[in-house]
Design a protein around this ligand. Structure first.
Ligand SMILES: *Cc1c(COP(=O)(O)O)cnc(C)c1O
Length: 387
């Protein structure tokens, strides 16, 4: 029979505690999520600044639909590229001090497109061990030799580079790591890249919108020029509150992508209204007000967790992992929090390395101190009930 391994595979995942299920959300707003008719305090969104429900963002999106229609109707190379897309690209290029920027439908597509375009011919990719799946898949299916350096370890990177010729070589990292919330030593990596004559690529999915006084991400917070980071990738689906992604860099890099990136050429452009709403959101984030509230919340949560007996990390960002003893404890704790009206999903292998299963708490500017108190208290109670 065809594909009869599927049932074995599912049974095995179930037995190991790795089977995944989706939750169907009824609605979600102001830090509350409703699932199956129940309300929960929501500590699982990447909407770190509450921009998804910003009235101006929503209004701009609606006006964009009235002006341009619901969808873009075609690939950007046919008729899908509008003045709305062009305005967002120009804003990104100007404020990030890059020559040009290009929009993609998702960060997943942007990473794949980039690697496929840059490595249509042989080369080398040396990337942080904890890069996102979209980057790893792109690297593995490219023509490049793919090596990984130990997480946030510039010395290991240097050692690997000793056997790598600079021609067609790309070093890659994330700015803020998606499962751990820790940050890469970007200035150091940029220095290593330039000494070795390689390019540095930064995936700023979790930094764009939050890092920097104006929310322009790691390029602003770490003051990184196009020369230091020739390939800058960011996404709009997280802190910016809409969806989609961009790559910013030299005019030539963008021209190469427009001409050869299959994810760009053979995919319908993002709806123009989405581009308009994204630009509006970026403009709103420039005052830094929401970022300040988020940072106060991060600080408060860390203070509350300090004496809790839970293993937390050094993360200074909205992503605050609470490590558990294996995948089953992660599921049990998540379930116990759910009973107390709090939504924090377990994150397990293969999303994170084996043995580092966790609850991934994400904080947002929409949370109040009372929300964070409720989470900290519930974690404490769940732990006491367990032992
Ligand atoms: C979320 C994420 C992506 C993918 O972006 P989407 O727009 O959601 O497809 C890529 N890289 C990292 C590090 C991410 O966290």
């Amino acid at each position: 029979m065809a594909f009869d391994w599927i049932s074995d595979k599912l049974a095995e995942l179930h037995k190991q505690g790795y089977q995944r299920q989706r939750a169907t959300v009824d609605y979600e707003k102001d830090g509350i999520i409703s699932i199956g008719g129940q309300h929960y305090l929501h500590f699982a969104s990447n909407d770190y600044l509450g921009m998804r429900h910003d009235e101006g963002v929503q209004q701009t999106w609606v006006e964009g639909i009235a002006q341009y229609g619901a969808g873009s109707g075609a690939s950007p190379l046919v008729t899908g590229y509008t003045t709305a897309h062009s305005a967002l690209e120009s804003y990104l290029a100007e404020h990030l001090n890059r020559e040009a920027a290009l929009l993609f439908n998702s960060g997943f597509a942007a990473n794949q497109a980039l690697l496929q375009a840059l490595f249509a011919q042989p080369g080398n990719i040396v990337a942080d061990k904890l890069m996102h799946a979209s980057f790893i898949d792109g690297a593995m299916s490219s023509q490049a030799v793919f090596k990984r350096f130990a997480h946030n370890d510039p010395e290991h990177l240097k050692a690997l580079l000793e056997n790598v010729l600079p021609t067609n070589s790309l070093i890659a990292t994330e700015s803020v790591f998606s499962m751990d919330g820790d940050q890469a030593p970007l200035k150091k990596l940029a220095h290593i890249a330039s000494e070795h004559g390689c390019w540095l690529m930064v995936d700023d999915a979790h930094g764009f919108g939050v890092l920097g006084e104006k929310g322009l991400g790691c390029a602003e917070s770490a003051d990184l020029s196009q020369c230091e980071v020739p390939v800058l990738m960011g996404t709009f689906g997280k802190a910016v509150g809409t969806a989609g992604a961009f790559i910013a860099g030299s005019r030539q890099l963008i021209e190469l992508l427009i001409n050869t990136a299959r994810h760009y050429i053979y995919s319908t452009a993002m709806p123009p209204a989405q581009a308009l709403a994204t630009l509006y959101s970026l403009e709103q984030l420039r005052d830094g007000r929401r970022q300040k509230t988020l940072n106060d919340n991060i600080h408060y949560f860390k203070t509350r967790m300090h004496d809790s007996g839970f293993k937390t990390t050094e993360s200074q960002t909205a992503i605050q992992p609470v490590l558990t003893d294996g995948p089953k404890q992660a599921v049990a704790l998540s379930e116990a929090l759910k009973q107390r009206g709090i939504w924090v999903p377990p994150i397990r292998y293969p999303t994170v390395p084996k043995g580092t299963d966790r609850l991934r708490v994400t904080l947002s500017a929409v949370h109040t101190r009372q929300d964070i108190d409720a989470l900290s208290d519930a974690l404490q109670l769940a732990k006491e009930a367990e032992s």
